[in-house]
Design a protein. Sequence first.
Length: 251
Amino acid sequence: MRLLVIAEGVRSATRDRVFPAGDVTTTDLDVTMVFGTIPRTPGDDDRWRWHNATRGRQIHLRPDNHGTTRAILAYSPGDGLTRLDRGEALARLRTRYADAGWEAPRVLDAFDTSDDVYIDQLAQVRMASWHRGRTVMAGDAGWCVTPMGGGGASLALTSGYVLAAELARHPGDTEAALTAYEAWMRPLVDDVQSLPRGLKHFAYPQTRTGLALRHLAGKLLTSPPLRPLAAKLTQVAETGRELPEIPGGAV
């Protein structure tokens, strides 16, 4: 059985060649994110810390297990940063974060020399069908939920297993296998892609008043009485269904 699995990510060029334009819907979420690895400092601990500033700006610091720190600058409304070369993009980013405070100067300085800076304009991908003939989508290429929804890595890993299981369960019948794969994955993906109404405005407040309300809401949601509710609300890519079994002896 020959099968083409497209798992290139949200901007998959192969997907756009194989599937008609009307079969793929890409929605710009109006959020720009800039990622990069920066040196760790004594002030970094083992927690993911972030800071919100007015005009929809976020600064994230997340120490990794390699002795460095992963930094993210994210903001909304987004802009055309992805269309610029590295130098111009970082210069514009520096202007945007000039008065953001906290660790912004450190991150901006480190991005100038970081060798893995990556810029993205968040976009969701939706497809009416994830397969066509002997071609099938997996991961962000078929259903990118973006960091706003979360669960992208879990969905990608799950899709790989489910696809393998259904191919093994339907030997010689590609259509039946891919239809079963979609039927199992679709409810999980649809649930994660349904972003809560107002999430972007909550995550990226524009004014001091909005920022104060966000901080207040954050304190309430992480207080002991509401902590279980917050944990439930932030669970993603979760299902009570059993994964399909791979038949014994299948490769």
